[in-house]
Design a protein around this ligand. Structure first.
Ligand code: NCD
Ligand code: ZN
Length: 349
């Protein structure tokens, strides 16, 4: 039986939602991860210091009393973002970073930015103050094929930003293409990689009928891209770090409306680990999960440890959302019904 002990990881891209869903799912992350960057695309997006403080309070209240988990809050950039509010929030440790969603690129992004150039003044201040900019890198131009939206975004929007703001701390979130892998390394920026983009290619959405279980944004691409992502993630290189993009949607919505987002927090570590083992790269897992992110964001790695053991691990078909004694909804996790080969054996703080 193989074992692996690593420094406690962080999740640098996570959707925790609100209310009952938040209360039901937070433990999947807070038990295993030291910190997580919490995405601001809640129903009413987090666009002010006050809303970030009250969202963080609701997250902390949903944690168990002994939990040491630290949610890192982000501000959702809009066409009307107030520069002073953003930088003040960053300097006072309310915001850890700012998130840029092109308008209507993904779930709850209707308040996103319509013309990125209009934010250049804001980027200038972020560059000066060292505030990280996290980017959902897809164009929303309906004329651009959905499978090309990341590459076109890199050419049309990201390249000019990188050129104009060379010191801006940039993360291209949930990368899905070999084009992005190359761009990130050539331009010395950061990138998160999700477990699902390491496991599935675009065929998964069409297997056995149209299958929204595997629909997320950016959408999974061709196999050659998946292979490039696997080699980037498992390389141990400093640019690439863990960001699960776990994005729960209640079954009823996911099944009927096909909302974008894959809920992987119940299996994220085990799912990544499967990939690292298949790529003979278990030695690099700690870099990807626990060291490259802190190094990029200039924060110390966590103190705790996670001990993992290679033992069969059957994944539930559904995770219940409960209110008191009643099951009020269900969410399908990534790898539902599969048996993964790794389990968490021990967690220390
Ligand atoms: C995310 C969500 O549901 O909030 N969905 C997704 O497909 N990844 C939003 C996002 O990160 O794009
Ligand atoms: Zn996301």
């Amino acid at each position: 039986m193989k074992t692996l002990t690593i420094i406690k990881p962080d999740d640098w891209h996570l959707h925790l939602r609100e209310g009952l869903v938040l209360k039901n799912i937070i433990h999947f992350t807070s038990e295993l991860f030291g910190r997580a960057i919490v995405m601001p695309n809640t129903k009413n997006p987090i666009t002010s210091i006050d809303s970030a403080i009250s969202y963080k309070k609701s997250i902390v209240e949903a944690l168990s009393e002994s939990s040491k988990f630290e949610p890192l809050m982000t501000m959702y950039l809009t066409d009307d973002t107030d520069k002073r509010e953003l930088i003040t929030g960053f300097k006072n440790n309310v915001f850890f970073a700012a998130k840029l969603y092109p308008a209507n690129a993904t779930t709850n992004s209707s308040h996103g930015v319509k013309k990125i150039e209009n934010l250049y003044k804001i980027f200038e201040s972020m560059e000066d103050s060292g505030m990280p900019l996290l980017i959902h890198g897809e164009v929303t131009d309906p004329e651009v094929d959905i499978f090309d939206r990341e590459e076109v975004f890199i050419d049309r929007e990201l390249s000019p930003i990188v050129e104009r703001f060379p010191k801006l701390k940039l993360v291209l979130e949930h990368i899905t293409t070999s084009y992005a892998v190359d761009f990130v390394q050539e331009n010395n920026i950061g990138a998160t990689i999700t477990p699902h983009h390491l496991h599935i290619n675009r065929n998964a959405m069409f297997f056995g009928g149209l299958n929204s279980d595997f629909y997320c944004l950016p959408v999974a691409k061709r196999e050659k891209n998946r292979l490039a992502l696997r080699s980037a993630a498992t390389s141990g290189k400093e640019f690439f770090f863990l960001g699960s993009d776990s994005a729960p949607h209640l079954r009823k919505w996911k099944a009927f409306c096909g909302c974008a987002g894959i809920f992987n927090s119940p299996v994220a570590i085990e799912s990544y680990l499967t990939v690292f083992e298949e790529e003979n790269a278990l030695d690099n897992f700690e870099k990807f999960a626990s060291l490259n992110g802190p190094n990029f964001y200039n924060v110390p790695p966590n103190k705790g440890k996670l001990k993992l053991v290679s033992k069969p691990n059957k994944v539930a078909e559904f995770i219940d959302v409960v209110e008191g004694e009643n099951i009020v909804g269900q969410i399908k996790p990534f790898h539902a019904g599969e048996t993964l080969k790794w389990q968490v054996e021990n967690i220390s703080n």
